[in-house]
Design a protein around this ligand. Structure first.
Ligand code: TPP
Length: 584
């Protein structure tokens, strides 16, 4: 077939099973857009900012497990992808970014809209390519998809000069990929797997610590089997939420800085930490060398670079976590750990997640109610801040790919476009975006895309009129000097929703939370924005301060709520407060 580079790009995308791409045009990609105009097999979503395209592709990938694809022009279009690419790199999201480049002869001349995007994105992609010969384009794209989705998934970028897009050549599809220098390990070492089984048989207080790698590898069934067979309590990271059902009695919820007290006590006391697709992030470990002080460590990960990066494991196992767990399950002994699980049950009842139930809307209550009205089955996409942590703590995830959030980079502005991408990928599921009054303003322009495509996404703004998480740190660690965190001057989110053609609801009273959510659920032909006016100075607890250890954890117990919350202390008598403990 004699076609040009631009058409070949689309043929390659189709061959890779791509049905949707998110993009924004410009001079260097007009030949590609001209082919998109004629090509009927791929849907192109016109975003309003290239950052939105990148995050939509991430949301699509995270909801479906497939590779997300975004497209931008040269120069500013390409540089607008830097944040989503970094985000995808940090969170191991499979992404293929296509960028236009100035014509080959002009590269290096500071041509109009020239940016060295392969140079810029070298540290934030798994690999990238500048296409200099159109005949190599099919092989490069096949490699790009293979690298993005295999081993530890991640983003790649293919930069295509405008003249390459226009050049005609004889296109032949590429059917197999062999890259000598890139061979991810799939099978774990059998001796190490046997050693892991022995340690699990001997342990008295083991804990399974599960990260986003288990979600990426679709290892949730194996995680469940291992936990049940060996009676292992399971804690997940932020990115691991959903890899183990939080409704299960062995679930400890999330661990780390804002994890449950019982998860943090359990890992502090454990004698065997079994890390599955988790990377010992500083938001999990705090002071890493004093974390898990009594434990041996088994570390299972597909990426050899993660082994020993933070803590040296006793048993390192490099391989696909689903496959390794499958092998481990064949040889591991069945166990019953009654004493250990009883100890954990006591922590659970003494330190439940809790919040005050008073005459103000509490962000935690909004999340818990969303959990109830959606039967814990919606896709929840978050932005970054206090609302993100409450969404992690209170929803109760039951399946993988259900919780979509920016973990490693912590990118405000991620939520709305990622939620749109998730809804495109999973049109039959309810998508709830949990955001803050700060975060929503960072990519608000993408609301137009949701309206145009009649996406029934629910955008829940937990509006505390502050950059809440920064305010919390200023309150706790900077003597309440609230420097530049006041967002009282914000747009009227109701009018903003209406301006974009979305349905808008404002909620000022706790008793209206549920009916607002019911109203939103009934809207099926456009997005709904709900402006929840929540308590202004609520904090996220538990909290282990940055770089701290478990002894530094500030735990909010039901009986402590009044003393721990200075705002409530001044406003309410103790009798006015009933405490809702999470039903864990
Ligand atoms: C792009 C970006 N800029 C700055 C930050 C630093 N930051 C982390 S949380 C936060 C406040 C978020 O405020 P809001 O979205 O209103 O959420 P809240 O914490 O109030 O729930 C800020 C500024 C960030 N994470 N991302």
């Amino acid at each position: 077939m004699r076609i040009n580079g631009a058409r070949a790009l689309l043929e390659c995308l189709k061959q890779e099973g791509v049905d949707t791409i998110f993009g924004y045009p410009g001079g260097a990609v007009i030949p590609i857009y001209d082919e998109i105009y004629k090509f009927k097999d791929i849907r192109h979503i016109l975003v309003r900012h290239e950052q939105g395209a990148g995050h939509m592709a991430e949301g699509y990938a995270l909801a479906t497990g497939k590779v997300g694809v975004c497209l931008a022009t040269s120069g500013p279009g390409a540089t607008n992808l830097v944040t989503p690419l970094t985000d995808a790199m940090m969170d191991s999201v499979p992404l293929v970014a296509i960028t236009g480049q100035v014509k080959t002869a002009a590269i290096g001349t500071d041509a109009f809209q020239e940016a060295d995007i392969t140079g810029i994105t070298m540290p934030i992609t798994k690999h990238n390519w500048l296409v200099k010969d159109v005949t190599k384009l099919p092989a490069i794209l096949a490699e790009a998809f293979y690298i993005a989705r295999s081993g530890r998934p991640g983003p790649v970028l293919v930069d295509i000069p405008v003249d390459i897009s226009r050049t005609m050549f004889d296109y032949e599809p590429v059917v197999s990929v062999q890259i000598a220098s890139y061979r991810p390990t799939f099978e774990g070492n059998a001796r190490q797997i046997k050693r892991a089984a022995e340690l699990i048989a001997e342990a008295e207080r083991p804990v399974l610590y599960v990260g986003g790698g288990a979600v990426n590898a679709e290892a949730h069934e194996e995680v469940l089997k291992l936990a049940e067979q060996c009676d292992l309590p399971v804690t997940t990271t932020l990115k691991g939420l959903g890899a183990f059902p939080e409704t299960h009695p062995l679930s400890l919820g999330m661990l780390g800085m804002h994890g449950t007290a019982y998860a943090n006590y359990a890992v502090h006391d454990t004698d065997l930490l079994i890390a599955v697709g988790a990377r010992f992030d500083d938001r999990v470990t705090g002071k890493a060398d004093e974390w898990v002080p009594k434990a041996k460590i088994i570390h299972i990960d597909v990426d050899p670079a993660e082994i020993g990066k933070v803590l040296q494991p006793d048993v390192p196992i490099v391989g696909d976590v689903k496959h390794v767990l499958h092998e481990l399950l064949k040889i591991v002994e069945t166990r019953k750990l009654t004493a250990w699980n009883d100890k954990i049950a006591a922590w659970k009842s003494e330190y439940p997640l809790c919040y005050a139930n008073d005459n103000q809307i509490r962000g935690q209550a909004v999340i818990e109610t969303i959990g109830e009205v959606t039967n814990h089955n919606a896709i929840v996409v978050t932005d970054v801040g206090q609302h993100q942590m409450w969404a992690a703590q209170f929803y109760k995830y039951t399946r993988p790919h259900q919780m979509i959030t920016s973990g490693g980079l912590g990118t405000m502005g991620f939520g709305l476009p990622a939620g749109i991408g998730a809804q495109f990928g999973k049109p039959d599921q309810d998508v709830f975006i949990i955001t803050g009054d700060g975060s929503i303003q960072m990519c608000i322009q993408e609301l137009m895309v949701a309206t145009i495509y009649k996406l029934p996404i629910k955008i829940c703004i937990l509006n505390n009129q502050y950059l809440g998480m920064v305010r919390q740190w200023q309150e706790l660690f900077w003597d309440s000097r609230y420097s530049n965190v006041d967002l009282e001057a914000s747009p009227d989110f109701l009018k903003l929703a209406e301006a974009y053609g979305a349905h808008g609801i404002r909620v000022d009273r706790p008793e209206d939370v549920e009916s607002a959510l019911a109203e939103a659920m009934a809207v099926t032909d456009r997005p709904t924005v709900i402006d929840f006016r929540i308590a202004k100075e609520e904090n996220v607890y538990p909290m282990i301060p940055s770089g701290g250890i478990v002894e530094n954890m500030v735990v909010q117990r039901p009986s402590d709520l009044v003393t721990l919350d200075p705002y409530m202390e001044s406003e309410l008598a103790e009798d006015d407060i009933t405490v809702l403990a999470a039903k864990s």
